[in-house]
Unconditional design. Structure first.
Length: 471
C-alpha cells in the first residue's frame, strides 16, 4: 500500500514537498529533554530582542509584544500548562510557535539575525553557568560539614591506612581534612571551567555571522557573559566547555566515591568506626537485623554513569567536522544526567557527614593492632642511636616480627627481648612506642599532630571562605 504523505514541517517546510516519517520525527525531536532549557532559551530570546530593538532591526512595538509574549510563555511552562509538541522538534521552535499564537506577526521577527545553532549553544552555556554556581554552593556546604566534623575530632585517634592495612596513628579530623582539600580542588576546577563557559555564542548565526548590524557585545552584556566569542564558526561548533564540565564532574564524582567507600567500610560491624542514622540507611527484605549504607553505596556507583557521560560526549565530538552537525543534539542528555547525578551525590554526602556518629572507642581500639608505631621506632633508632634509616628500618622490622610471634603490642615486649635485636636500646624506647606520643610527634607542616591539624583547619576555613565556621 502507498505510504501516507506527511504534512510539511512549519519550521523548514519551504524546501520540502512532504514531511518527515514518524521514525524521522521521533529520532529528530529533542523536546523530550531540551525542554529543560526553557528558562535559558527565553532569557536568550529576550536579550536578542532587546538588541534587535536597539539596533533598529525591529520596532519598539514588536519588541514589547515579544517580551510580553515570552513572559507569558515562561509562566505557562513554569506552571505546567504549556502544550509541548514533538512535531516542533525542540524547545526553540516550541516557544517560537507558541509566541506566534500569542502575538502574531511580531513573533516571526524574533529569529532575525540568529540561528538555532547559536541559540542552542547560548542556552547550554547559560544552563551550565547556572549549574556550576549551584554545584559550587553544594560543594561548599559539603566542605563546611566536613570541616565541622573534623574540628570536633582532632583528638579522635584512629589508624591511618595504606593498602587498607594499619600504617600510622592519625586523627579522624586529619582524615576528613584530606577530603576538604580534594573537594576544594574540585571547586577550583569548576570555577576555572566557568570562565570558559562564560562566553556568548549569540549572534554567530548558523556559522558565519550575519549581514544585519547586530551588537554582539550588547547581548553578551545583557546575558551576563564576559564577552562574545570572537569566531562565529567556533561559537556554534565547540562543545569543549561541556566536555570540560563532564571531565571535572567525573573527577569530583570519583572523590565522592572514595569517601563513600570509606563510609561503607567504617560502618561495617568489623570496623564500627561510625554509625549512620535511619535517614541514610535501608533494611533488608529478608534479614531483619540489616542496616545497609545504601546512600553511600549509590554515591559510590554514580561515577559509572558520570564517567560514561564524559565518554559519550567525547565520542560524539571526536569525528565531527565544523560547523554544526545534528550529532550535537546528543550533547544535552549527558550534561543533564551528570548535573543531576552529581548534585544529588553531593547533597546526600553532605547530609551523611553531618548525620554520622563517631565511635571514638572503636577507632582507638583498632590502633592496638597492626603495630602503628613501628615507623616511630625506626625514627627513634635514627635519632637516638644514630643508625642509618635503612638499618633502623631493618631492626624495627625484626622487633615487629618478635611482637607478632608473641602476639602482643610493641610496647608490651620486654626490654631484654628487644635488646637481643638491638643491644643499645634502653627504657626510653617505650615512650616512642606509645600511640599518643607517635600521634603528637608528627607536627611537620600538614602532619597529624593536633596543633598542626587545628592550624590547617583554620587556614582551610579562610582559604575556602567557610564563613562563620572559622570561629
Amino acid at each position: 500500500m502507498p505510504t501516507e504523505k506527511k504534512q510539511k514541517s512549519s519550521i523548514w517546510g519551504g524546501r520540502f514537498k512532504t514531511g518527515p516519517s514518524d521514525l524521522m520525527q521521533e529520532i529528530n525531536a529533542s523536546i523530550s529533554f531540551d525542554k529543560a532549557l526553557y528558562s535559558e532559551d527565553i532569557q536568550c530570546s529576550k536579550a536578542h530582542a532587546e538588541m534587535l530593538k536597539q539596533q533598529n532591526i525591529i520596532t519598539h512595538e514588536d519588541f514589547t509584544a515579544i517580551q510580553n509574549g515570552l513572559n507569558k510563555i515562561h509562566s505557562e511552562i513554569s506552571n505546567g500548562k504549556f502544550p509541548f509538541k514533538v512535531e516542533l522538534e525542540d524547545i526553540h521552535m516550541n516557544i517560537e510557535t507558541r509566541l506566534a499564537e500569542l502575538i502574531g506577526e511580531p513573533a516571526k521577527r524574533l529569529h532575525t539575525a540568529r540561528s538555532r545553532n547559536d541559540q542552542v549553544a547560548t542556552d547550554i552555556r547559560l544552563y551550565l553557568r547556572n549549574q556550576i554556581d549551584h554545584l559550587d554552593d553544594e560543594l561548599k556546604n559539603l566542605q563546611k560539614n566536613l570541616w565541622k566534623k573534623a574540628k570536633e575530632n582532632t583528638q579522635t585517634l584512629m589508624p591511618g591506612y595504606t593498602h587498607l592495612q594499619t600504617a600510622q596513628p592519625i586523627s579522624f579530623g586529619f582524615h576528613l581534612a584530606a577530603y576538604i582539600e580534594m573537594i576544594g580542588r574540585d571547586r577550583q576546577r569548576f570555577q576555572d571551567c566557568r570562565r570558559r563557559v562564560n562566553e556568548s555564542p549569540l549572534g554567530a548565526g548558523a556559522l558565519a555571522g550575519t549581514s544585519f548590524p547586530i551588537d554582539r557585545h550588547l547581548t553578551a552584556k545583557l546575558l551576563g557573559f564576559e564577552r562574545p566569542m570572537p569566531n562565529a564558526l567556533d561559537a556554534v561548533s565547540s562543545r569543549d566547555f561541556a566536555l570540560e564540565f563532564l571531565s571535572i564532574a567525573s573527577i569530583c564524582a570519583v572523590h565522592l566515591s572514595r569517601l563513600a567507600e570509606e563510609i561503607v567500610i567504617w560502618s561495617t560491624d568489623r570496623f564500627n568506626f561510625i554509625r549512620l542514622s535511619d535517614e541514610y540507611t535501608t533494611g533488608s527484605s529478608i534479614m531483619p537485623q540489616k542496616k545497609n549504607p545504601d546512600a553511600a553505596e549509590l554515591i559510590r556507583a554514580k561515577p559509572g554513569r558520570i564517567i560514561g557521560n564524559f565518554i559519550s560526549l567525547a565520542t560524539i565530538l571526536k569525528g565531527l567536522p565544523l560547523a554544526y552537525s545534528k550529532d550535537l543534539q546528543e550533547d544535552k542528555e549527558p550534561l543533564f544526567d551528570t548535573q543531576k547525578s552529581l548534585s544529588i551525590s553531593i547533597a546526600t554526602m553532605s547530609g551523611m557527614i553531618a548525620d554520622m556518629k563517631i565511635n571514638a572507642v572503636a577507632m582507638r581500639s583498632a590502633l592496638q593492632k597492626g603495630y602503628p608505631t613501628a615507623t616511630d621506632l625506626a625514627d627513634y633508632l635514627v635519632r637516638n642511636l644514630e643508625k642509618p634509616f635503612r638499618d633502623a628500618h631493618h631492626i624495627s622490622g625484626k622487633i615487629v616480627a618478635l611482637a607478632e610471634k608473641k602476639e602482643c603490642a610493641l610496647e608490651k615486649l620486654e626490654l631484654e627481648e628487644m635488646q637481643k635485636i638491638e643491644p643499645k636500646l634502653d627504657e626510653s624506647v617505650y615512650n616512642v612506642l606509645k600511640i599518643d606520643t607517635a600521634y603528637n610527634a608528627r607536627a611537620s607542616f600538614g602532619g597529624t599532630a593536633p596543633k598542626e591539624v587545628k592550624v590547617r583547619l583554620a587556614e582551610i576555613a579562610s582559604r575556602f571562605n567557610l564563613a562563620d565556621e572559622s570561629n
